[in-house]
Design a protein around this ligand. Structure first.
Ligand code: ZN
Ligand code: ZN
Length: 275
């Protein structure tokens, strides 16, 4: 199993960081988790793309995590040579989001159907709203969902991907919580949104300090990993984006509470999950 950070950024546009998205390469195919800004540009860099996805999983419906849903939906369709519904898994509200996305794209769908003689079907998705439990199983790959805590954003879910003996958890945006602990128990790797509480408090802008109560700080992430026996942590969805030369500070903050490996995400960072 391979973990590829497609986007390590946050809602704030950054020239070097696409919006939140992680690709997990498994025996069952490429599994995409969230689809933030620029996700298909990054996927193209690793020879993946909308047409190659086995499934798309959403952690929640905050705009930064779904910015490019319309692009994934459309590119899946126009690069297919037979109907290829996109399997989408997400928390309650995802079905309505997909319906609205399709409606928004209606003019484009009409243009392309009228113009391309060999494109005789509409874009489509198979939609599964998830809350808790095993939601996907194929070959030796299993995906489990559990509720997370990003209140007042509700509902939100995290995911655990197991392939054989190896396991990766996608936390998304959440504070430490029981659902995330369940997913993390004994996991090889935890990919987690991280905010620098110290820097955000120092900046002191109310619009920014607001985010502290529904995200995990670097310390929170480290404590979640330590409490659950996780082997390695990937800090992603970094707020604020690390200034050049400050990367080690993030790692040191986490290492103060966690003995395992800590990695600071960058776009296209690729990690093999091995024994
Ligand atoms: Zn969020
Ligand atoms: Zn977010």
């Amino acid at each position: 199993m391979q973990v590829i950070i497609l986007g390590s950024g946050s809602p704030l546009p950054d020239p070097g960081r696409a919006g939140p998205s992680t690709l997990i390469r498994t025996a069952a195919g490429d599994l995409m988790f969230d689809c933030g800004r620029g996700v298909l540009m990054r996927a193209a860099a690793v020879a993946s793309g909308a047409g190659a996805l086995r499934a798309l999983f959403l952690t929640h419906l905050h705009s930064d995590h779904i910015t490019d849903l319309n692009d994934v939906f459309t590119m899946r369709w126009v690069t297919s040579f037979a109907p290829a519904p996109l399997p989408v898994f997400g928390p309650g509200g995802t079905a309505a989001l997909l319906e609205a996305t399709e409606k928004m794209l209606e003019p484009d769908i009409g243009y392309r159907l009228a113009h391309h003689g060999d494109l005789g079907w509409r874009p489509s998705a198979t939609m599964t709203e998830v809350a808790r439990g095993v939601i996907f199983e194929q070959d030796s790959v299993r995906v489990t969902a559990a509720p997370t805590d990003h209140a007042p954003v509700r509902p939100t879910v995290g995911y655990r991907i197991d392939e054989g003996e190896r396991s990766v958890v996608i936390a998304g945006d959440t504070v430490p919580c029981a659902g995330l602990d369940e997913l993390c128990a004994g996991a090889d790797m935890l990919v987690h949104t991280a905010v620098r509480r110290d820097l955000i408090e120092a900046i002191g802008l109310p619009r920014l300090t607001d985010i502290l109560d529904y995200h995990s700080s670097v310390t929170d992430v480290a404590l979640t990993a330590a409490r659950n026996g996780v082997r390695s942590v990937v800090l992603t969805h970094l707020v604020p984006a690390p200034a050049p030369g400050t990367e080690q500070q993030w790692i040191d903050q986490a290492r103060a509470h966690f003995d395992g490996e800590v990695v600071l995400a960058a776009d296209l960072l690729t990690l093999d999950v091995t024994a």
